[in-house]
Design a protein around this ligand. Structure first.
Ligand SMILES: [Zn+2]
Length: 218
C-alpha cells in the first residue's frame, strides 16, 4: 500500500502526541458512534486513542480480534479486563494494514517490537499479528510500569538525566514553523493551527538523542 504520504510510524506517533492531552476515552466513544469518512485517518486515530487508553489503564496488553465481522478490543492486565468500544470492520482493516506496514510484517503470523516516543519517554511495545481463515488478531504488549506513569494527565516530570534537553521540537503541519515546547502545543504561534503538529524531535542516537531535531523530519 502506497497511499500513506508520510511514514505510518511517524503518523501514529503524531496522533498519539496530538491526543495525549485530550480526554481520549471520550474521543474514542465519539469516534465509534459516528460514521467514518476517512478510514485511513480514522484508523490512525483509533489506534492512537486505544494505545493511550491502554497506557492509562496500565494494561499489559491491548488485543484486537476480528472474527467474521465481529470485532473485540480488550485491555488485559486490569482486573477485570476492559472492553473498549470496537471500530468498524473497515477501520479494523486499516489498523491491521497500518501496523503491518509500520513493522514490515507480511507473513500471516509474526511479531515485532514497536517503539513510540511520547513526550520525554520512550515506550517499547511488542506487537504480534496473526491471521487465518476465520480470525485476524493484533496484540500489543506493554512494558512493565515505571515507563507508563508519564501519561497521567498532569505535568510530566523530565526523565532521569534529562533537563532542558528533554524539550520537544515541533513543526506546524500548516505553515511549517518549527519551535520547541514541553508538550503538544495548543496552537501554532504563527498561524493558529490546532492539533496538526509534527514531532520532529530526535529519538535515536544517530541524530544525537532528544534535545536535537531529527534532520530527516525537518
Ligand atoms: Zn503554523
Amino acid at each position: 500500500m502506497n497511499t500513506l504520504s508520510r511514514t505510518p510510524h511517524l503518523k501514529l506517533q503524531e496522533m498519539c502526541d496530538c491526543y495525549l492531552e485530550t480526554d481520549f476515552s471520550k474521543q474514542l466513544k465519539a469516534m465509534v458512534s459516528s460514521k467514518s469518512t476517512d478510514f485511513m485517518e480514522d484508523g490512525f486515530k483509533y489506534l492512537a486513542l486505544v494505545l493511550l487508553e491502554a497506557i492509562t489503564e496500565k494494561a499489559s496488553a491491548l488485543v484486537l480480534t476480528k472474527q467474521n465481522n465481529s470485532i473485540k478490543v480488550t485491555l488485559k492486565g486490569p482486573d477485570p479486563q476492559i472492553e473498549l468500544p470496537s471500530p468498524s470492520p473497515e477501520i479494523m482493516n486499516t489498523i491491521t494494514t497500518i501496523i503491518r506496514e509500520i513493522l514490515h510484517l507480511e507473513e500471516d503470523k509474526g511479531k515485532s517490537p514497536l517503539t513510540l516516543g511520547l513526550k520525554n519517554s520512550r515506550l517499547d511495545l511488542l506487537v504480534r499479528v496473526k491471521k487465518d481463515n476465520e480470525e485476524e488478531s493484533l496484540a500489543i504488549e506493554f512494558p512493565e510500569l515505571e515507563t507508563k506513569t508519564f501519561v497521567a494527565r498532569k505535568p510530566v516530570m523530565p526523565a532521569k538525566g534529562k533537563t532542558e534537553e528533554g524539550l520537544t521540537h515541533w513543526k506546524c503541519g500548516k505553515c511549517n514553523f518549527t519551535f520547541t515546547a514541553q508538550s503538544l502545543p495548543e496552537k501554532c504561534p504563527v498561524c493558529d493551527e490546532k492539533c496538526d503538529f509534527l514531532n520532529i524531535t530526535c529519538y535515536t542516537p544517530e541524530c544525537g538523542g532528544s534535545g536535537n531535531i531529527d534532520p530527516r523530519l525537518r
